[in-house]
Write a protein that binds this ligand. Structure first.
Ligand code: ADP
Length: 539
């Protein structure tokens, strides 16, 4: 058995201290100020007697040294009052005095939670803490808030898990990750992180610009294949993409005593005259949320109201949910018999295959097209236009119909969507509806060239919030030029990301369909998916 690894804190981040603003170390500064205060007080003492005497009610005759003494006295008094005042306002357990931080950092959140709960006595070392976790005296989930050190918390939890399971987790790294960056928003109870390779395909020439596509995947061939599709598109002059709809949805389910009463609410929220009122109430949720409308569906006396709104550069689930809650609170005033069963009634529909997303759209609805020249089809894709058109009809249209698919009229949109989602910090579970895609291939220019398009009605992406702010994911967004909030027009970054994903899917579809048409698929997978290390599997 491997030797037990000692768990210890490697780094303690130095906090910014008030004394950092001073030119001298704080102990010298304090002494100096005390001396100045006493000296100036001594100098001014005779004046206090003169002020109290009835014949001297003015300070006439003050000399320059007297004025300097007054200024020094007031200055040093202010400094000392300030110095001793700060610890009453802000002080932590270590006695450090901190400057106020306008937006709490994850570490300050960690610290805040620590002081709210019972802080662990400083004498407890890691071994004691691991024992406490193992004995059930210290909940594993509370380590971050109780210790105020996310990295140390992860180490202690990991060691406790190691001892509980007897599994070493050697291949799961723990060092080299910022655990504070995920606190309270991305992942709870971390014990390490999974490594994924990120490949880059491109350039994808789209709407006249070039993009290098970051793809996080462990599927051999995927990046290479997308790269080949990008080349075919680039050699044909590029692709063109348009966002045709942009709206995140959330559909609560509410219940009434009768179906008639449920229909009354349906008519109320769908009434054009009520739109402005509902929009004003909804939009209070965020300066980026803009109400678009409500689509209702009934199941007996239960009403499903599918709210839709634009959400700027955020993917928008939180934003839309807050807006819906505002409206529900408002509706309860006029419909007090309405029972809110759930803020989400699955008519939204999030992370599940659903016809409503396929037909109505969710997030960004994008169409992307390109005309691939005959010679490019032959030279780059190693097939013919007619073979591609025929295969697309047989596989992506007829074959998917035979399978009874819903939104799956494509070869492998999900492959590209998911790889880019993971690389750029999107919610990978939303690949379910984000991969809805119909791929069309038609011969154009007298049958010589290929018109190829992908229509994707529900690409759910954001460039702010969630996992997008983590360092690796933000770097991938930056590579695409869509990191964070768009300064010119809120929402432009997220919409651009959706078009890039559609363009990447177009490239992926072209390449895989060509490989299938040319009978290359098995050959190339044997080459890229089966390395010599894994020869037994290939055999
Ligand atoms: P989501 O709604 O996608 O779950 P968040 O809850 O993290 O994401 O919301 C996004 C946050 O980012 C909100 O607090 C919002 O005010 C802020 N924000 C900053 N810039 C933008 C922007 N350009 N578009 C949308 N939200 C933005």
């Amino acid at each position: 058995m491997a030797a037990r690894k000692k768990v210890h804190t490697k780094t303690q981040k130095r906090n910014l201290q008030a004394s950092d603003a001073l030119p001298l170390p704080i102990r010298y500064t304090n002494k100096l100020v005390w001396v100045l205060l006493l000296a100036s007080a001594y100098h001014l003492w005779p004046y206090t007697k003169r002020l109290h005497s009835p014949s001297h009610h003015s300070l006439k005759g003050l000399t320059f040294p007297d004025l300097s003494a007054v200024i020094t006295f007031l200055g040093s008094l202010l400094y000392l009052l300030g110095f001793f005042g700060i610890p009453f306002v802000q002080n932590d357990d270590s006695g450090n005095t901190h400057f106020a931080n306008p937006s709490p950092s994850p570490s300050s959140q960690c610290h805040e939670k620590k002081t709210q709960n019972h802080p662990i006595p400083i004498s407890l070392d890691d071994e004691d803490l691991i024992r406490q976790v193992l004995d059930g005296k210290l909940p594993s989930y509370a380590l971050e808030s109780r210790l105020g050190d996310c990295t140390r918390a992860a180490r202690i939890r990991r060691e406790a898990v190691r001892r509980m399971t007897g599994r070493e987790m050697d291949g799961l790294p723990i060092d080299g990750f910022d655990y504070e960056s995920i606190l309270g928003q991305c992942c709870e109870m971390p014990v390490g992180y999974v490594q994924l390779p990120v490949g880059v395909a491109g350039p994808l020439v789209l709407n006249g610009a070039e993009y290098y596509l970051p793809m996080a995947t462990t599927e051999g061939c995927l990046v290479a294949s997308t790269n080949r599709g990008c080349k075919a598109i680039a050699d044909s002059g590029g692709a063109d993409a348009v966002v045709i709809k942009d709206g995140m949805t959330r559909a609560p389910v509410v219940r009434f005593a009768t179906a008639r009463r449920a229909t009354e609410l349906k008519f109320f929220v769908e009434e054009a005259d009520n739109f402005d009122t509902i929009a004003a109430i909804f939009n209070r949720s965020s300066r980026f949320a803009r109400f678009q409308g409500i689509k209702c569906s009934l199941a007996g006396k239960n009403l499903y109201m599918r709210f839709s709104c634009s959400t700027g550069d955020a993917m928008g689930m939180n934003m839309v949910s807050k807006g819906v809650q505002n409206v529900l609170d408002y509706l309860l005033q006029d419909f007090p018999d309405m029972e809110v069963m759930s803020i989400s009634g699955n008519f939204c529909s999030d992370k599940k295959p659903a016809a409503v997303n396929w037909i109505e759209g969710r997030g960004k609805s994008v169409v992307c097209e390109a005309v691939i020249k005959e010679d490019v089809v032959k030279r780059v894709l190693k097939t013919t236009v007619s073979a591609l058109v025929e295969l697309n009809m047989l596989k992506n249209l007829a074959g998917s119909a035979v399978a009874g698919t819903m939104g799956g009229f494509n070869a492998h949109a999900s492959n590209i969507v998911t790889a880019i989602f993971i690389a750029t910090g999107q919610d990978p579970a939303q690949n379910v509806e984000s991969s809805h895609c119909i791929t069309m291939m038609e011969a154009v220019n007298n049958g010589k060239d290929l018109h190829v398009s992908v229509t994707m009605p529900s690409i759910e992406v954001g460039t702010v919030g969630g996992g997008t702010q983590l360092a690796s994911q933000a770097a991938c967004l930056d590579l695409l030029g869509v990191k964070g909030s768009s300064l010119e027009s809120p929402g432009a970054n997220a919409r651009l990301l959706a078009t890039i994903i559609a363009g990447a899917v177009l490239a992926g579809e072209l390449s895989l369909m060509s490989a299938l048409a040319a009978g290359q698929l098995v050959k190339s997978h044997m080459k890229y998916n089966r390395s010599s290390k894994d020869f037994s599997k290939a055999a």
